[in-house]
Ligand binder design. Structure first.
Ligand SMILES: NC(=O)c1ccc[n+]([C@@H]2O[C@H](COP(=O)([O-])OP(=O)(O)OC[C@H]3O[C@@H](n4cnc5c(N)ncnc54)[C@H](OP(=O)(O)O)[C@@H]3O)[C@@H](O)[C@H]2O)c1
Length: 268
């Protein structure tokens, strides 16, 4: 199946910066009609302008997706502005780079709220709208950490693994509505993701600036939608980590544990 994105009406979350911003522009170029969400009015308005400038059509919506009422209002506003809805792309997310022992329950719940419960409820509330759509689909942007949990990305990995599990069960459930449920697992991408993390007390040097350009990730996501790819591993780091996890899980477990011991050994 090939999805025709011309005139495709889609709600894209977390579009004010990073991967979401790049994806908004790519979708606009492909002729999609967009409702874009974020909590930042100025930033989301300027991304909508950038989409319009490349010949797309975008409406900015301001919403904190962890607030039930704001999320619901955004979903219905998207449906009203676009005259229906064909797709939902769950991209908004938050990281936390810390050992679990250094975190708090409140912080963990905040992460689960945006990375897991917000997309979950958008998908539940979106069913009646998407059922009426053309070639309807949901694309969930998780992370390689959703399939291969990493130390110091503990809470993040847990939230993305939960999203991966939900995506897989909904894929089978939503088949009866004719809605495709797709999953993307990007690797390290050069955005402000680390800067925006709730905590950043992990010890290893991460060098996010050396990650993939968000435009490259956006192109891969666009291709996933067009070709209706059930699961997309984006980036060499994601590919190799997930291959190792699949075929040599013991090796990756031992390597990660050894690295943690090395980083956290008490000073002599
Ligand atoms: N960067 C990476 O290396 C990487 C790798 C794999 C997967 N990912 C995933 O890709 C997605 C995008 O990441 P990114 O790197 O582009 O991150 P980013 O630059 O930090 O952007 C995060 C986006 O999420 C929005 N957001 C955060 N909390 C929100 C809330 N409560 N309500 C509404 N919107 C909220 C932010 O908008 P406002 O702050 O304006 O509200 C922003 O647009 C995330 O799900 C992330 O987990 C990233």
């Amino acid at each position: 199946m090939r999805r025709d994105l011309r005139g495709w009406r889609v709600l894209l979350t977390g579009a004010s910066q990073g991967i979401g911003e790049a994806l908004a522009v790519e979708l606009g170029r492909a002729g999609a009609r967009l409702a874009l969400t974020s909590r930042s009015p100025g930033k989301i308005a300027s991304v909508a302008e950038a989409v319009n400038a490349v010949g797309g059509e975008a409406y900015p919506l301001v919403a904190d997706l962890t607030c039930d009422e704001e999320r619901r209002t955004a979903l219905h506003a998207a449906n009203d502005r676009l005259g229906g809805l064909d797709g939902i792309i769950n991209n908004a997310g938050l990281g936390s780079w810390n050992h679990f022992a250094d975190g708090t329950e409140e912080g963990f719940r905040e992460m689960m709220d945006i990375n897991f419960f917000a997309p979950a409820e958008l998908m539940r509330e979106g069913i009646p709208l998407l059922r009426l759509g053309r070639q309807p689909a949901i694309l969930n942007i998780a992370s390689r950490c959703g399939r291969c949990a990493l130390p110091s990305w503990t809470e993040y990995s847990a939230s993305k693994s939960a999203l991966v599990g939900l995506t897989e069960s909904l894929r089978a459930e939503y088949a009866r509505f004719g809605i495709d449920v797709l999953l993307a697992l990007p690797g390290k991408t050069a955005t402000d993701f680390l800067k925006n993390c709730r905590l950043a007390t992990g010890k290893a040097k991460l060098n996010f600036e050396e990650g993939m350009a968000p435009e490259r990730v956006a192109k891969a996501l666009l291709s996933s939608l067009i070709h209706n790819r059930r699961e997309s591993w984006i980036g060499g780091d994601s590919y190799w980590m997930l291959m190792l996890q699949r075929f040599w899980p013991g090796l990756i477990r031992r390597k990660l544990a050894a690295r943690v011991r090395e980083l956290y050994q008490p000073a002599a």
